[in-house]
Write a protein that binds this ligand. Structure first.
Ligand SMILES: Cc1cc2nc3c(=O)[nH]c(=O)nc-3n(C[C@H](O)[C@H](O)[C@H](O)COP(=O)(O)OP(=O)(O)OC[C@H]3O[C@@H](n4cnc5c(N)ncnc54)[C@H](O)[C@@H]3O)c2cc1C
Length: 416
């Protein structure tokens, strides 16, 4: 009997496996694929650094991955723009983040879990989990072998292995979207540190990400409504390239670009769970819920949730206490709710007008950067300021104290 079985070797699974193995638990991790493998989710957030430091890999990441010092939000014609700089607005441990090729990043984390003492099996898909007996979990792999453990962690990502069956998974209706993306060479970027920023380009009811992965490579993705995607009459490659061509800010930067990867599509990626923990199981990372990628929160939430889940599992196995698991369950909902407020608002004109205003009120700017940097369970003072910020957004609709965006002049995604 193992102590813990972890399903999935992405950032959440590797983090949980490494932390529990280091505490002396007998951990086995089953990963369906063979690493390195492609994954989307390439722009990381500064508050992820807490977990990197606890794992002891922060310096290795600094040597290996492209530095990100901030984020830029800009309208499709370049007329309204806000730049968030971590060094101006966050304390030293959070003044840089990373842009990563996920194949390399996830391999580094999985190897780190192995080196920390977890038994890792790649190309071993889990096909069944039985958690009916609270004293043990039985996990069956594709080869038909049943494995027993005192606890199971579902970190299987958007496949939401346990969530489908016992988590009460539900899609988020307001966020039914599709992402179409690829990697390009020769995309122009800003000079100096700003050149490492993730750039979000706002269209009408859609947006682009531009994420620099190295000096040469840029990840470019378009996120749009599912309805538009289904009805536009264009194949994904055509949709992506035509929308690039009709978005001045992106087109100018991509005049001489060259695509170096197939175009990929991800759809219906926003969902929540009613319940993410029980006596002998817990869900972490995307397996516990995921919202729209607009603020690059996925990997940070995956790793922070895995860290908190690992501590809660350790407490349960060592002392039989459910206290941390219950807290984990509560905090998972709080994190998702807090980001949901930003994400749902991002698609509203009045939010963007305040968010992209040339002189945003400082009182709100700092807590926004902290939350969007990944400090999701922020102080009560920040929470009060954010409540005021959202009040201001509501008033903007009527009073327009931030400059209006020429919404109807913004290009929509392409169609035939
Ligand atoms: C379009 C899009 C853009 C995004 N952009 C960003 C971004 O810029 N920044 C960011 O931080 N996040 C981003 N994300 C989110 C990010 O991709 C995820 O939040 C992150 O990968 C979650 O990590 P995870 O470990 O929970 O899951 P995953 O990375 O999905 O890892 C899960 C692992 O489980 C394995 N697995 C699945 N089923 C089984 C099984 N049955 N048995 C065994 N193994 C299994 C899979 O092979 C996989 O390796 C984006 C998401 C989308 C959809």
């Amino acid at each position: 009997m193992h102590d813990v079985i972890v399903i999935g070797g992405g950032p959440a699974g590797s983090t949980a496996a490494a932390l529990l193995a280091r505490r002396g638990f007998k951990v086995v991790l089953f990963e369906r694929d063979k690493f390195p493998r492609f994954q989307i989710g390439e722009s990381l957030l500064p508050y992820n650094n807490d977990v990197f430091r606890r794992l002891g890999i922060f310096d290795t990441l600094c040597e290996t991955f492209f530095p990100k010092y901030g984020g830029t939000f800009v309208t499709a014609d370049g007329s309204a723009k806000t730049v968030f700089r971590f060094d101006r607005n966050l304390t030293p441990p959070y003044q840089r983040a990373f842009q990563v090729k996920r194949a390399d990043f996830d391999l580094l984390l999985l190897d780190h879990a192995r080196a920390s003492g977890a038994e890792v099996h790649e190309q071993k898909q889990v096909t069944k989990v039985d958690v009916a007996d609270p004293a043990r979990a039985v996990v069956t792999t594709a080869d038909g072998v049943a494995h027993e453990a005192r606890f199971v962690i579902d970190a299987a990502g958007h496949g939401t292995f346990l969530g489908q069956k016992i988590g009460g998974k539900s899609d988020v209706e307001e966020l039914k979207r599709v992402a179409v993306f690829s990697h390009y060479k020769n995309v122009l970027r800003e000079e100096g540190r700003e050149g490492g920023n993730t750039v979000i380009v706002v269209l009408r009811d859609a947006w682009f990400w531009l994420i620099p992965l190295s000096d040469e490579l840029m990840s470019v993705g378009l996120v749009l409504d599912r309805e538009h995607f289904l009805k536009c009459g264009l194949e994904p490659l055509e949709l992506l390239e035509r929308t690039i061509a009709q978005t001045p800010y992106v087109a100018e930067r991509m005049t001489n670009s060259e695509r170096v990867m197939d175009v990929k599509v991800r759809r219906d990626f926003s969902y929540r769970m009613k319940s993410v923990a029980g006596e002998n199981f817990v869900m972490a990372g995307d397996a516990a819920g995921f919202l729209d990628p607009i603020f690059s929160t996925g990997v940070m939430l995956a790793m922070k949730s895995a860290e908190r889940a690992a501590d809660a599992v350790a407490e349960k196995l060592e002392r039989g206490s459910m206290k941390l698991l219950r807290r984990y369950e509560r905090e998972s909902q709080v994190s998702i709710d807090r980001y949901f407020q930003f994400i749902a608002n991002f698609y509203r004109r009045e939010f963007l007008e305040v968010f992209l205003s040339p002189d945003p009120p400082r009182l709100f700017f700092f807590p926004i950067i902290r939350v969007l940097g990944g400090d999701v369970l922020s102080s009560w003072l920040d929470r009060m300021r954010l409540a005021l910020f959202f009040r201001l957004v509501a008033l903007q609709k009527r009073w327009a104290f931030s400059p209006r965006i020429a919404w109807d002049a913004l290009p929509p995604p392409a169609s035939v």
